[in-house]
Design a protein around this ligand. Structure first.
Ligand code: DX5
Ligand code: ZN
Length: 226
């Protein structure tokens, strides 16, 4: 039993004014998860959505809501997001050095799945304690762009982090986020990523279903060959 491919379109690239129908449309195109980028205008310069929007969307879908918290105080979001119906809660390691144990415990107690994300400038060793502790995170998100905005260029040099994590943790969910699409998926998949976030390449495509299935196949092929 290995890790399975999860294709997670980033709703940041959808039409926020029609979030429920965009979610339904992209799930019908074969998406596994919906990636929800929560930004506070402080940890990153952009400001997006929070728990009220997750709560509204939850009324329209049973899908796994993969929440990526680009916020300075993730602890403040645990309770509201848990109530709102978030599924995954991925916080950044850069701002949680002192309280990640409490964070993980609270996230789990609210029925969500904890994950940890790292920015391009953060070294991979920083997440080891969070994966190897008694109360571990269940996913590591390797940012392949600077967090804050969709539509940026994939950073291939981040694949060393993915390879290191995959060698060390064969059954861990490893997610990549930023600049993923048909031209970059092979590199991420062969490095060992199995959860693929993609915003502009999916929502900007004439046939999102085609892009989603192509990315899934790339992950599955890489797993067969590994
Ligand atoms: C960036 C976000 C991403 C973003 C990805 O801070 O974390 O999830 O939406 O968008 P693309 O796939 O367009 O790079
Ligand atoms: Zn994201």
């Amino acid at each position: 039993m290995g890790v399975t491919a999860k294709i997670a379109p980033s709703m940041l690239s959808s039409d926020f004014a029609n979030l429920a129908s965009e979610a339904e449309r992209i799930l019908n195109c074969g998406a596994d998860w919906l990636h929800m980028d929560i930004m506070d205008g402080h940890f990153v310069p952009n400001l997006t959505i929070g728990a009220p929007v997750i709560e509204s969307l939850r009324k329209h879908t049973k899908a796994y809501l993969d929440c990526h918290l680009m916020v300075t105080n993730p602890l403040d979001y645990v309770e509201p997001l848990g109530k709102a119906g978030a599924s995954g809660f991925t916080f950044h390691v850069e701002i949680s050095k002192d309280n990640w144990q409490e964070l993980v415990q609270r996230i789990k107690s609210k029925g969500m799945r904890p994950g940890v994300a790292l920015k391009p400038g953060t070294s991979v060793e920083e997440v080891y304690p969070l994966v190897e502790g008694a109360n571990p995170v269940e996913m590591v998100l390797v940012m392949t762009v600077e967090p804050g905005f969709g539509g940026q260029k994939f950073m291939p040099e981040m694949m060393d982090k993915v390879r290191t994590l995959r060698n060390r943790y064969p059954s861990l969910d490893i997610e990549v986020d930023g600049g993923l699409g048909p031209s970059t998926i092979a590199e991420a998949a062969s490095a060992g990523a199995n959860c693929i976030v993609a915003g502009s390449s999916v929502f900007g495509a004439p046939e999102p279903a085609h892009v989603i299935s192509l990315m899934r196949k790339s992950v599955e092929d890489a797993q067969k060959n590994s």
